[in-house]
Design a protein around this ligand. Structure first.
Ligand code: ATP
Ligand code: MG
Length: 646
């Protein structure tokens, strides 16, 4: 492939940013050479009830397996996100909330108002008997109460488990039962893209399959009709009237659990990822500050849902810990039309936009017009997360959305890592479309081969992290052995990410996709990301997913699913053209053996392509597609099966 383009740090960023190239190198070097003092110093980013004197205490070895950070420290996450800003910034806006309906008025909450809302919510939880250590399931739409509920749990030391409002009753029931939660917080209905989602009715259905559930706390959001079940269901407002306005923040041990979050399920049965208080919060705050060079007053918009880790770390915990103004949006990026996301940027003078490649590809389908129709001059920084970003989408984001002026912060990380692990810093890192570039301070990535041999210099293989970092998950809820087995046995003594990566001669990392998805064609190992990016680079292609299929001669062949841009027609001629295109872009070895035109691809509710299902279809094994409960639109599977290319 052609050499990747290089986008050097813009001089104004190098001059203005908190970290430049030289200080990044120094910071990263020191974080690995002297982790003890480095992390105790970083810990000063937080407000501690009792300041820690120990930093990391961990071992990834089986006989002494343990992970702890700042274990002797005490703090409260909600107090860090709210109370400590009251002295000097109580009238600064903490949360801007933009509703689904463009005509409806936006709302905003200052830190003082946020404090009052969260205290009231916390007192409601207490009135219902929720205590420190209890699990509380939050199944809410993207309304301000979702933020209040999360922070209220943190304030009283209850462990929140947020379940994305798009999940089915079955998926919700499984997540309630798995962590044995007795209380669910929900709303009458949610709204997204002009549609109503019957959240309370979903909880009613889930309750039948979740015997641990005792109480359902219902927030009135739309005023839609619901059935209240006597003795179990309680209106939030009814309890809130009688509670006190102040609620002291519970001092928590740094290693006390903060939340459980079930992973999105691209690869199998969801796991309850557990994060603890001190290390996680520090990681969210530090990475938000460094990767986005956050300056108080800037409007930060992470366009994820609070149901995903991205929403936890970069709508709530990271920005609020840093005293930021964070934007929360109820709806969809392309509703009522493809300009909405950019109109919101203009309306609230958004400084940083952080979104996912899947959203960008969906917006690109409609061309540049809807973007060009807006101003976007407030934008200074753009971020992406969730999947490898195809260079084509990266260039569009940079050139069209950012008018060539905004660095793109491509953050590689996982629910398990708590926050960004590999990402450029805008004042320090030269950018390459498709590369997440360099590790954050404290992150020690390695590329290993199948035998675990550490590869040095430019290399490609499996991505592991050789030492613990504060934001690391601490266990799989209720199954510590699964935690150890999943992440620490493939390459003993190291955290295995499950992702493949390439490191180039400059030390920049390129995530090649999940290791399970690597295709082995005639002995050549190929990441799915590269073939997909080549397809997406074709002017008629909107989206592509590539999987392996059994092949008599090559061992594995390449099966490609391709979604075309609006108005394009698939046919034999285009099929040949696309195969030749990939051949020319990457090489003959990457030529797809089968290519199916697909109007839609199976995605998780967070928008990631579920290759597990595509693999089964490509293999012709359509009888056992596995768990499809986390699919966003199960209907697309039927079409894919019917139009399978034999
Ligand atoms: P599950 O673990 O349940 O199968 P998931 O892995 O999709 O679901 P997340 O933790 O949300 O759940 O996603 C993390 C994964 O997303 C990473 O392991 C990686 O494969 C991919 N990813 C995230 N950000 C990037 C990025 N910037 N570049 C490349 N890949 C990314
Ligand atoms: Mg994962």
């Amino acid at each position: 492939m052609a050499q990747p383009d290089l986008y050097p740090v813009p001089p104004e960023w190098a001059a203005r940013a908190k970290v430049d190239a030289a200080s990044y190198a120094q910071l990263h070097g020191r974080s690995l050479a002297d982790p003890g003092s480095f992390w105790l110093e970083q810990a000063r980013r937080l407000d501690w009830v009792k300041r820690p004197e120990i930093a990391g205490d961990w071992s990834f070895d089986e006989k002494d397996f343990h992970i702890q950070w700042f274990a002797d420290g005490k703090l409260n996450a909600a107090a860090n996100c709210i109370d400590r800003h009251l002295k000097e910034r109580s009238d600064a806006v903490a949360i801007i909330w933009e509703p689904d309906e463009p005509g409806e008025e936006a709302r905003s909450f200052t830190y003082r108002e946020l404090h009052a809302e969260v205290c009231r919510f916390a007192n409601v939880l207490k009135a219902l008997g929720v205590a420190k250590g209890d699990r509380v399931t939050i199944y809410l739409p993207m309304i301000p109460e979702a933020a209040f509920a999360v922070l209220a749990c943190a304030r009283i030391g209850a462990i929140h488990s947020v379940v994305f409002g798009g999940f089915s009753p079955e998926a919700l029931a499984g997540r309630i039962e798995d962590c044995d939660s007795k209380l669910v917080i929900t709303a009458d209905e949610g709204r997204r893209g002009g549609k109503r989602i019957a959240l309370k009715a979903n909880v009613d259905e889930a309750a039948a399959r979740a015997p641990s559930l005792e109480t359902v706390l219902v927030v009135r959001a739309t005023g839609g009709e619901v059935t209240m079940s006597e003795g179990r269901d309680i209106w939030f407002d009814a309890v809130a009237q009688g509670v006190a306005a102040d609620c002291p923040a519970e001092p928590m041990g740094a290693e006390d659990p903060l939340f459980i979050l079930y992973t999105s399920g691209s690869t199998g049965k969801p796991k309850g990822v557990l994060h603890t208080t001190g290390g996680y919060l520090l990681w969210a705050a530090m990475t938000h500050d460094l990767a986005f060079d956050y300056v108080q007053g800037d409007v930060f918009w992470c366009a994820a849902d609070i149901g995903w880790v991205t929403g936890h770390s970069y709508i709530l915990y990271g920005p609020l810990a840093n005293g930021a103004t964070t934007l929360m949006y109820e709806g969809l990026p392309n509703w009522p039309d493809a300009s909405r996301i950019w109109q919101i940027v203009d309306k609230h003078k958004v400084h940083t936009l952080f979104t996912a490649p899947t959203a960008l590809r969906a917006l690109m389908k409609d061309g540049d017009g809807p973007v060009r129709a807006t101003d976007r001059s407030s934008l200074k920084l753009l971020g992406t997360v969730g999947e490898p970003i195809n260079p084509e989408a990266w260039r569009w984001y940079h050139g069209v959305v950012g008018e060539g002026l905004c660095p793109i912060i491509d953050t590689w990380w996982q629910t398990e890592t708590g926050g960004a692990m590999i990402a450029p810093l805008p004042g320090a890192t030269d950018l390459k479309p498709g590369s997440a570039t360099k590790p954050m301070p404290g992150v020690d990535p390695q590329i290993v081969d199948a035998e675990g041999q550490v590869l040095s210099g430019a290399a490609e293989g499996n991505l592991v992290i050789a030492r613990s970092w504060p934001g690391q998950m601490r266990t799989v809820w209720g199954d510590h052995d699964r935690f150890f087995q999943t992440y620490f046995t493939t390459y003993p003594g190291k955290y295995f990410t499950g992702d493949g990566a390439r490191r180039d001669g400059d030390g920049d990392y390129w995530i090649t996709g999940r290791v399970d998805d690597v295709i082995n064609v005639s002995g050549h190992r190929m990441g799915t990301a590269e073939v997909e990016s080549a397809l997406v680079a074709h002017p008629k292609v909107a989206e592509a997913a590539v999987v392996g299929m059994p092949h008599d001669v090559k061992g594995q062949g390449i099966y490609a699913y391709v979604t075309l841009n609006a108005g394009e027609e698939g046919g034999e001629a285009l099929r040949d053209e696309l195969r030749q295109w990939v051949r020319k872009e990457i090489g003959p070895i990457a030529t797809p053996d089968a290519l199916q035109f697909a109007p839609g691809l199976p995605k998780t509710r967070s928008g990631k392509i579920m290759r597990r299902i595509l693999r089964k279809i490509a293999e012709g094994d359509v009888g056992s597609l596995g768990d499809t409960s986390t699919l966003a639109e199960p209907a697309v599977v039927g079409d894919l099966v019917a139009n399978r290319v034999a």
